[in-house]
Design a protein around this ligand. Structure first.
Ligand code: MG
Length: 623
């Protein structure tokens, strides 16, 4: 309070100057508010200033110095208002001498007390600030800058927004706001809007802007460039195996290696998940430079990563487009790179593909097939064929595998290999799979006990959390006992959907349903798969069966698998048995069940005859 009293005394001493100045200050601030020239100063600042200077004006015009108790009260209120403003305020007279200032003004510029006393010249203040590194310009520059809003960076790094307004009769009103935090927040918001917070790389939005910029640059100056789209292979498995935090650690390490593989002029972004993208400034041979970069990335990622003390290996699939060869529209370039990336994935991953028009044609064909599949589902154009499998010793029919067919109105019967991949990719497999489950269970319910029905599950179906409901509903609806249902899953599902898949299989098995590992010997085949889940059955892929008479290694593998399965008490089925010789060898090797053309081709349910199946003559021949 003593400081306020001292200020009041000073005000009183200079009241002659105040009389004219204060009223004009009041008018100046009114005009600032009215024309909104104070922005970005907050309305609150202006309101406070207005209040303060309004009181000053009244004090100046009506009361040359506080005389009555009421006037003293008003003067106190005025000074309290000034001292509690979060902005600095300083009013200069026509000779650029301070009439009044507040404490915040002094604090912002770290000015000594004596330099803010009324009568001090602006020159003295600026000289002090220049000597102490608080002002980088010259006093002349400052003084010549009229009616301006200026941003000043102080020597201590703080940022101050200064609003200067000349008062009509020659004085100055200045308002000073420390906007350092506001600027930092704006900077942070701007950074977050354009960067991926995990890796610090440009994000999808920024990348799309950059690619548009590069397209413009090409049109203006002919600068060619390449776009590389990159996706980590089987990243989901790593997330599943080690947890999401470990997945994030891996992504940051991948980002670091990618950073080291590009030049400063290139643009590197994380588009989301495990998808990265690069804009590469093309050199003399764009195709070669893109290929070289892709090879470098594949090589860099080939080295194991250390995540939480574990060595983790990861590979990448890359799709490449070249501008202008493939186009100069950002969106198109990205779509084409995506098609090329998709092709790399379908070709076994860990490589790169340049876009070519055939990929677009294939994509169009896929889309057409997808829309046809939607129609087929709506029109109920699918039907089931059944292929029986028999006990290799007793020749009794154990069950039949349900195989879906598509009866196309124009193209006739279509086999699953021509539409299941598209159904899986589009997610339509869930609807088709549900129909298969319900139809096959309903059909099998009429078969003699204990004949089983085997139904193939797609890896994609494990993505849907309602698979258990779908299966139980099919059983309840049909009345088929779970013990007569066998679900076949491929190694792909195990590999792609690891833990989710195993937990789902566990729940299905606990219902009494048998679980078979299908197409064993293909894909990522490993005997270790047999230990990850207590399978009821292994189905040896037909490629082994059909090669066992020609290739010693296939015969050896079949013998090894059969021996292992026997020791693990797992039933075995040999698929694709087509000749008597194959049947003879398989029987000798100890296979439990056989299935294939030699026994019966797949056909409609009406062709299934559980009593007169023509296997006995074959069996007699074998015996
Ligand atoms: Mg199968």
């Amino acid at each position: 309070m003593s400081a306020i009293c001292e200020r009041l005394t000073c005000v009183s001493k200079h009241r002659a100057a105040l009389v004219g100045v204060l009223f004009t200050v009041f008018i100046a601030i009114l005009s600032l508010v009215y024309f909104r020239t104070v922005t970005p100063m907050t309305a609150g600042v202006v309101a406070l200033t207005l209040l303060g200077t309004g009181l000053l004006a009244r004090l100046g015009t009506g009361l040359l110095a506080p005389q009555t108790a009421a006037e003293v009260q008003k003067a106190h209120l005025l000074m309290l208002t000034l001292e509690n403003m979060s902005q600095g305020l300083c009013v200069f007279d026509t000779s650029q001498r301070i009439i009044i200032s507040n404490e915040r003004y002094r604090a912002i510029y770290s000015l000594p007390e004596e330099l803010v006393k009324p009568g001090t010249t602006l020159h003295q203040i600026l000289d002090y600030r220049i000597v102490n590194g608080g002002y980088r310009g010259s006093p002349e520059e400052y003084l010549n800058s009229q009616d301006a809003t200026e941003i000043q960076q102080l020597g201590n790094g703080r940022i101050v927004e200064v609003l200067r307004r000349k008062i009509e009769d020659g004085g100055w009103l200045t308002i000073h706001e420390d906007i350092t935090e506001r600027r930092q927040n704006e900077g942070r918001i701007s950074f977050l809007a354009h960067h991926d917070p995990l890796t610090g790389l440009a994000n999808r939005e920024a990348f799309i802007e950059k690619i548009a910029d590069w397209c413009t640059r090409y049109r203006r100056w002919g600068e060619e460039f390449n776009v590389l789209l990159l996706d980590l292979d089987r990243f989901k498995q790593i997330n599943d195996a080690f947890g999401h935090p470990a997945g994030d650690v891996l992504l940051t390490q991948v980002a670091d290696r990618l950073r080291s593989s590009v030049r400063e002029t290139d643009v590197l972004a994380r588009l989301g998940g495990d998808e990265f993208a690069i804009i590469q400034a093309a050199q003399s041979n764009p195709r070669d430079s893109a290929q070289t970069l892709a090879n470098r990335i594949i090589e860099l990622l080939d080295e194991p990563f250390s995540v939480d003390g574990n060595d983790v290996t990861v590979s990448a699939s890359i799709g490449i487009t070249l501008a202008p060869e493939h186009g100069v529209i950002g969106d198109d370039l990205l779509k084409m790179a995506d098609l090329a990336l998709h092709h790399t994935k379908s070709q076994g991953r860990n490589g790169c593909t340049f876009f070519r028009s055939a990929l677009s044609e294939a994509a169009v064909a896929r889309q057409l097939l997808e829309s046809e599949l939607r129609r087929a589902i709506a029109q109920n154009e699918f039907e089931l064929h059944y292929q029986p499998f028999v006990d290799a010793e007793t020749w009794a029919i154990c069950g039949a595998e349900a195989l879906v067919r598509w009866r196309h109105p124009q193209n006739g019967l279509i086999s699953p290999d021509r539409f299941i991949p598209a159904a899986e990719e589009s997610g339509l497999i869930s609807q088709i799979g549900e129909w298969v489950l319900r139809s096959a269970c309903a059909e099998a319910a009429s078969w003699p006990t204990p004949t089983k029905v085997a139904i193939n599950l797609s890896a994609v179906q494990f993505r849907n959390s309602n698979l258990l409901d779908v299966v139980t509903h099919a059983l309840t609806e049909s009345g088929l006992p779970p013990q007569r249902l066998e679900l076949e899953i491929t190694e792909t599902a195990l590999v792609e959907y690891g833990s989710e898949c195993l937990s789902m299989l566990g729940q299905l098995k606990s219902l009494g349903i048998s679980i078979a590992l299908d197409d064993f010997g293909t894909g990522y085949s490993s005997l270790s798969q047999l230990t990850v889940f207590p399978f009821d059955k292994i189905k040896i892929d037909k490629s082994f069966t059909q090669n066992m008479t020609k290739r010693a290694d296939c015969a050896a593998i079949i013998s090894a698998v059969l021996a292992l399965a026997q020791s693990l008490n797992i039933t075995t089925t040999a698929e694709g048995v087509e000749t008597k010789e194959e049947l003879r060898l398989l029987t000798m090797a100890g296979v439990s069940i056989v299935q294939g053309y030699l026994i019966k081709r797949a056909g409609p349910a009406s062709e299934l005859d559980f009593h007169t199946l023509s296997i006995r003559p074959v069996a007699e021949n074998v015996a």
